[in-house]
Design a protein around this ligand. Sequence first.
Ligand code: S3P
Length: 164
Amino acid sequence: MLIGFMGTGKTSIAKRVAKELNLRYIDTDEEVERVIGMSVQEIFRVFGETRFRSEETAAVKRLAAEDNQIIATGGGVVLNPENLAALKANGLVISLTATPEVILERVSRRNNRPLLKVENLLEKIKELLAQREPLYKQAHVAIDTTNRTLAELTQEVVRVFRDR
Ligand code: S3P
């Protein structure tokens, strides 16, 4: 499974890797949206972050128990240590990283992330990254996505899975 900050390419890369390795692609955000019947944005707005996090943990625990799949996770999945423990116990956890500036550029293309609806986006990204970096480091493998194409990154993740 892939963990990492928003904008590190988890979803795009997981979809491509799944295709290449003939695995099921699954995304914890999509799973939560399916269960609640609302978008992540709406869930944050109507029920708040706490409710989203508890649904996210339920989704992680349910999905981590299955095989033959690649899971893309929401960037905040590492905030609950139970999530990371469940993911690590069941498979290879790869962390995708990028610099704050690259993340800013990638997340600015869309405006669908509730935690990033702020005035000073770069500051917010740096602040969240500082809190989360030690958590992302707990992955089995880390891959820096800065200045690399989706095709290259897909091949690298495929290689890591095959070599495992
Ligand atoms: C979040 C990341 C989002 C989504 C939610 C919260 C976070 O997923 O789960 O908006 O706390 O980093 P992506 O990393 O797929 O954008």
